[in-house]
Design a binder for this molecule. Structure first.
Ligand code: NAD
Length: 362
């Protein structure tokens, strides 16, 4: 897969964020020419800065709601592939800022798709949404790609809408049946689970909450200890996105919706994650905070059969390993290690394991 990306021009929205920074690092390691378009990093610290990404790639700070600027930056770069990750990704913030969340995640995505329509070089657009795009039935049955979209909170609804929008663009403008006649774009859309890994500093996410509390010898405060989530290491969905983009580049039949989540045994509770994190860290305590919190999904689970069968994609890290890699990253960071080097080491280790497990079929 890394050979495929060598020399490719890749445009990434959301490159200053948690997943975007990891994706840029992987792309740069593969020898891709990378340009990012996002707002400035909004956390301190930010993985984007820790990895010195602005010195290693083209980086533009801009709003995806600024359609003209976005289009100009994309058309001038002439990318082969676009990864669209920019979003307002936080459930609790979406209750405070519903309109901003909807504008960014829905209208912003429409602007990215429109920019692609005006950029003839683009062959693949990979749209990133979430496990939360599905209508949540609060049952243990995992969601399949064909399940209805929905969303209780504004974030989840915005991701359901972004999926409907991707489907609309795939039918109206990038229809696989018209490929090579009226357009040359494959639009795929990927729904990942709850992503964990080093370098996430967002508010109200459990892993950054753990790292912040433990580094200050404070108790970790849990809101929903028994909520289950499809936890996965950040490199899992990123390699899934890269695989889909590679396949869709060669064959438009891969321009579809795809789930990337962990194996069923690795869908675990928030409390399981916190206990494992503390074990790797070496010490620490947690407590549950009572009181009324905004509604958040209790049960979330993705069916990954389609990716396994049709892409031959399989999760590389089980739950314990994913949490271990994550906690070790933060421990190294707070111990003052060279975190850019440690991040690259984790990417290399993952890549080796990915290569052993995932035998690509072309
Ligand atoms: N982290 C997870 O657990 C998770 C799970 C499933 C899906 N996702 C999705 O993955 C993507 C990346 O998430 P993340 O965790 O890296 O989030 P993040 O908050 O770390 O990064 C978000 C990125 O989007 C950019 N952005 C936000 N609003 C923008 C705007 N108006 N214009 C331009 N850029 C803007 C930010 O600058 C940042 O680069 C999002 O689409 C998110 O919904 C994340």
């Amino acid at each position: 897969m890394q050979n495929f990306y060598k020399g490719k021009k890749v445009f990434i929205t959301g490159h200053t964020g948690f997943k975007g920074s990891w994706l840029c690092a992987v792309m740069l390691m593969s020898g891709a020419e990378v340009k990012g378009y996002s707002l400035e990093p909004n956390t301190k610290p930010a993985l984007f800065n820790l990895l010195n990404l602005k010195d290693k790639m083209q980086s533009v700070f801009g709003d995806i709601l600024d359609e003209n600027k976005l289009t100009a930056e994309m058309t001038s770069f002439k990318p082969d592939i676009v990864f669209h990750l920019a979003a307002q990704p936080l459930v609790r913030l979406s209750y405070k800022e519903p309109v901003l969340t909807l504008k960014t995640n829905v209208i912003g995505s429409a602007n990215v798709f429109e920019a692609v329509r005006k950029t003839p070089s683009v062959k693949v657009i990979l749209n990133v949404t979430s496990d939360k795009c599905y209508e949540n039935r609060e049952t243990n049955t995992p969601y399949k790609e064909t399940d209805p979209m929905g969303g209780f909170d504004p974030y989840s609804a915005s991701k359901g809408m972004a999926e409907l929008l991707a489907n609309c663009y795939r039918r109206s403008f990038f229809n696989p049946e018209d490929y090579g006649k009226t357009h040359c774009v494959a639009l795929a859309s990927c729904r990942a689970g709850n992503v964990i890994g080093g370098g996430d500093y967002a508010l109200d996410r459990i892993v950054p909450d753990c790292a912040r509390a433990l580094s200050q010898n404070k108790e970790i405060v849990l809101r929903n200890p028994y909520a289950t989530r499809p936890w996965q290491h950040v490199l899992e969905p990123l390699f899934g996105y890269m695989l889909v983009a590679k396949k869709a580049y060669a064959d438009v039949k891969f321009a579809q919706g795809w789930n990337f989540g962990p194996n069923p045994a690795d869908v675990r509770t928030v409390e399981d994650l916190v206990k494992k994190f503390i074990t790797v860290w070496g010490c620490g305590k947690y407590r549950t905070e009572g009181g009324k919190h905004p509604h958040e999904a209790k049960l979330l689970n993705l069916d990954i059969t389609k990716a396994a069968k049709e892409l031959n994609w399989h999760p590389v890290y089980a739950f314990d390993k994913a949490v271990e890699q994550t906690a070790l990253w933060y421990k190294h960071f707070y111990d003052g290690a060279d975190i850019a080097e440690f991040t690259l080491k984790q990417i290399k280790e993952y890549t080796e394991n990915y290569g052993k497990l995932n035998k690509e079929t072309d």
